[in-house]
Design a protein around this ligand. Structure first.
Ligand SMILES: [Mg+2]
Length: 350
């Protein structure tokens, strides 16, 4: 098996600012290609996040020292067990490698990944929200207008302009369902509860993600969960299956991302465990190409909510796969029928 990795700079249509990081207009992801001697190729992607202290350079460095001959499409669990035994594997690298392995395995089986996992995928049944980053109220208004086709929005908060920005959103979309993501931005349980009570008065806020810092003590989290008028979802506090017992106690739901869990196999396991623990499930994303977004879409049947719009925020997506017209996920026009169902984007001429 041969491994080829390459970094790509993704350009954002608008600089992306959230409570836990400053605005940036470029995000670097790493594309993985595993090629078997028989010619089967598995593709993967890693979107390293600074909030988890991971970088594209760290992922590239790890992969350069990797003996890819130990990887096989025939036994993904064994390949993953070997990867886990390596010291210092970045979660993003594990994610890229796992997706490439699962893609190759599904192509070998002549199936899309969702069928290989026995989940299937219902067309016209899954809707992704469209995310609005922290900005000035005027820009928020413009972004919400531009997102008129999307039936559900997600607003980033955790900034001094939160109330003005929410009002700006409502001036354009008076009754649209909205999810709110504080990205750990509310520092105390009292501040969080005040903000939650204000948001609940709107009547169309579905839930709130990560109200307080990921390491907030259990006592404060339980205090907030008991009083919150809106469901609370863990994001930064939920990395993988090991975090599910804590999240089941302190939150109502979890936002599972392939980059955090370390790929499709572990996201599948985390979503299943979350449901068994009585949590609501959501699949989220980073700024990513259609490759990683499509990988997440294959797990859609395990999610109550989807927020997989990272590819919609960039201007140079090199891939096509799942589409999200009016927010509705579809593989109907996908360029391939097996594996991730992803292919290269061809430039349109004339
Ligand atoms: Mg979030």
């Amino acid at each position: 098996m041969q491994l080829h990795v390459r970094p790509i700079d993704l350009h954002l249509a608008n600089p992306w600012k959230i409570a836990s990081s400053q605005g940036s207009s470029t995000h670097t992801v790493v594309i993985f290609e595993l090629t078997d001697p028989d010619g089967t190729q598995g593709m993967g992607e890693a979107a390293p996040a600074s909030t988890y202290n991971e970088t594209a350079r760290g992922v590239m460095q790890f992969c350069r020292g990797l003996d890819a001959s130990r990887l096989s499409f025939d036994d993904v669990p064994a390949a993953m067990a070997w990867l886990e035994s390596l010291p210092g594997i970045p979660s993003a690298a594990r994610c890229g490698l796992n997706i490439a392995l699962v893609d190759g395995a599904a192509k070998r089986a002549g199936q899309p990944i969702c069928d290989l996992l026995k989940l299937g995928f219902r067309e016209n049944a899954h809707v992704t929200s469209f995310s609005i980053g922290i900005d000035t109220p005027e820009i928020v208004r413009q972004k919400v207008s531009a997102a008129a086709d999307y039936p559900v929005l997600k607003l980033k908060v955790g900034d001094s302009r939160d109330q003005e920005n929410f009002a700006a959103l409502r001036s354009v979309a008076p009754a649209k369902p909205v999810r709110v993501d504080a990205n750990e931005g509310w520092r105390t349980r009292e501040e969080a509860l005040r903000a939650l009570e204000l948001l609940a008065r709107d009547g169309h806020v579905q839930f709130v993600e990560q109200p307080m810092p990921r390491d907030t003590n259990r006592k404060d989290l339980l205090w907030l969960k008991k009083r919150s008028p809106l469901p609370l979802y863990a994001d930064e506090a939920c990395h993988n299956v090991g975090d599910i017992p804590h999240c089941a106690e302190c939150y109502h739901g979890v936002n599972v991302k392939l980059v955090k869990t370390g790929g499709i196999s572990m996201a599948y396991e985390t979503l299943q465990a979350a449901r068994q623990a009585g949590l609501k499930t959501m699949i989220g994303c980073m700024v990513e190409t259609s490759l990683l977004i499509s990988a997440a879409a294959h797990l859609a049947e395990l999610a109550d909510h989807l927020d997989i719009d990272g590819n919609l925020l960039i201007t140079n997506d090199p891939f096509v796969g799942v589409t999200a017209k009016r927010g509705i996920l579809s593989f109907a026009d996908a360029p391939a029928n097996t594996g991730l169902r992803v292919g290269p984007r061809r430039e349109e001429h004339g």
